[in-house]
Design a protein around this ligand. Structure first.
Ligand code: MLY
Length: 265
């Protein structure tokens, strides 16, 4: 279908409810993204989180930053919200008496790190402290319930945010399932994860939102009589939409056995 995905119609079609914004560790009023591509920040190394590294803003999407650790390759980019506690202004680490670390998988000899750091920071544009926003507090409890809808980062393709459903919960953990996709992308995470958002977040923050997948039936009747008309089902992208009845086969009314003129032998 060419119809853009609409939560409003999708919630109706699936008779489902969005998780309340109070379930999430996200600001009710999303912050602004005041970063610019090329700016440098300090970031915890996602593959070795106690260590703080220098990262460059490679891209912006909504209120998220695409980051690359300086001295790393281009295959380990990661995404952080502008109000993530994983990022801070350049200089924070040193002021706290700590040392900036080379990223895991530093592409040069470890002995060249001090000079590399000097060079990567000399003349660099650093993101101003005002661009870093305060991380919102955790909700006091896990308020999620199975069946609630949300928007969630696809951890295997972290530039993507997709429609999702709470599949299960256990203590402070929730199971995030991706609508229209078989289990391969589903994951458990803490209820206060920064990778999950209330319905409407992408629209509010100008982030693209993937449509649901089409490789999995929606939990809805597929009996023709109970199916809403195809026009209202378009955004579901379901492969289980039944085809219209085929038109009857044309029956030639001419003399039986006569060959059509155009036919060659
Ligand atoms: N084409 C890729 C990306 C799949 C994305 C799935 N997300 C949206 C849940 C693949 O099929 O692996």
């Amino acid at each position: 279908s060419t119809e853009p995905f609409s939560w409003e119609s999708y919630l109706k079609e699936t008779s489902s409810m969005p998780a309340s914004p109070s379930c999430f560790r996200q600001s009710r009023v999303p912050p602004t993204n005041d970063f610019i591509v090329g700016m440098k920040v300090e970031a915890h190394d996602p593959r070795n989180s106690p260590s703080v590294c220098i990262a460059t803003v490679m891209g912006l999407m909504g209120v998220r930053l695409r980051l690359r650790l300086d001295g790393s390759d281009n295959t380990n980019d990661f995404w952080r919200l502008v109000d993530s506690s994983d990022i801070q202004p350049v200089g924070t680490c040193e002021r706290g008496g700590d040392m900036l670390q080379p990223p895991l998988g530093f592409r040069m000899n470890a002995s060249s790190w001090p000079l590399f750091l000097l060079r990567t920071l000399s003349g660099a544009e650093v993101a101003p402290a005002s661009a870093f926003k305060k991380e919102p507090p955790k909700p006091p409890l896990n308020y999620f319930k199975p069946g609630m809808k949300l928007e969630a980062v696809d951890k295997k393709n972290p530039y993507l945010i997709c429609p999702a459903t709470i599949g299960d919960m256990r203590g402070d953990k929730i199971f995030v399932t991706f609508d229209g996709w078989r289990g391969a992308f589903d994951y458990w995470c803490k209820y206060d994860s920064r990778d999950i958002f209330p319905v409407g977040w992408c629209q509010l923050t100008n982030h693209s939102l993937q449509p649901p997948g089409s490789s999995f039936p929606l939990p809805k009747a597929v009996i023709p009589a109970l199916c809403p008309p195809a026009s209202s089902r378009r955004s579901m992208q379901s492969p289980y939409r039944l085809p219209h009845p085929l038109p009857p086969l044309p029956v030639r009314k001419g003399v039986r056995g006569r060959r059509p003129k155009s036919q060659t032998i």
